[in-house]
Design a protein around this ligand. Structure first.
Ligand code: SAH
Length: 235
């Protein structure tokens, strides 16, 4: 079975239980049987083999029989700080950022921001990360950070990190020399854009303004484009 399933805190020799949609999917759609082996992840960086020992209507029990260290992470830490869009576009952004290998997503609170990142919406985004990770083969989950005010965030990140702020008036991203910093932070503003005070604060803190071309991109497009370019060029 090529599909992967998620459970918390897996360890060889212990039991795991799938419930809810995952259990139903295994039992009803994939017609799993006792003795079948499936691939599991717990988000900690490894992949596991689980052997099914019991199936009921609402749960599937497994013995965890093997652990494989299998990293599909970027060779550096990539943090995406973004003023989240609403609804489906937010979901899309989280899915794509997970696929592209973003290490951590920080919801940025900006003056013109629209989405309020409540605990319930952060939990929903975390579930989105799990779904995307199952599909794309990632064994370490993208972290969803606590929301932070943009100004505080800009000044908190040290100069040992490459810090790029997406701004249509910035220098072309393609002209930026490849760098070898320990980590990269990229920031993307809300649909209304960062205010000039926010941009000035980032610049004062040493962030570089980078342009993604002459067209105005939506928040999630800019975030995904920037993450993809950085992943390619700074890996
Ligand atoms: N109304 C704003 C655009 C906001 S687009 C304006 O006219 O400036 C939302 C965010 O996406 C921006 O804050 C910026 O961070 C990023 N963005 C959009 N298009 C971009 C581009 N061509 N280059 C760099 N960043 C871009």
């Amino acid at each position: 079975m090529s599909e992967r399933f998620f459970a918390e805190n897996l360890a060889v020799g212990s039991r795991a239980r799938l419930t809810g949609d995952e259990a139903r999917h295994l039992a009803a759609v994939m017609r799993a049987k006792v003795g079948d082996e499936i691939t599991l992840l717990d988000g900690s960086g490894a992949e596991f083999t689980g052997r099914i020992v019991a199936i009921s209507k609402s749960s599937v029990d497994l013995n965890v029989v093997q652990r494989r260290e299998l990293s599909r992470e970027l060779p550096f830490e990539l943090t995406l700080a973004v003023a989240l869009p609403r609804g489906e576009r937010q979901k899309w952004l989280v899915e794509k950022a997970t696929e592209l290998g973003v290490t951590k997503l920080v919801p940025l609170e900006t003056e013109r921001g629209v989405a309020v990142a409540k605990d319930s919406s952060l939990a929903r985004l975390h579930r989105q990360v799990i779904e995307a990770s199952k599909q794309c083969g990632r064994n370490r989950l993208m972290e969803i950070g606590q929301p932070l005010p943009a100004l505080a965030y800009f000044s908190a990140i040290g100069s040992d990190r490459l810090r790029l702020l997406a701004d249509p008036a910035g220098q072309s991203l393609g002209q930026l020399a490849p760098q070898s910093q320990a980590g990269v932070h990229v920031a993307v503003g809300p649909e209304g854009g960062f205010t000039s005070a926010e941009v000035a604060a980032a610049q004062a803190a040493g962030w570089t303004l980078v342009s993604l071309g002459p067209r105005i991109l939506r928040v999630e497009t800019a975030a995904v484009a920037l993450a993809a370019c950085v992943a390619l060029h700074h890996g």
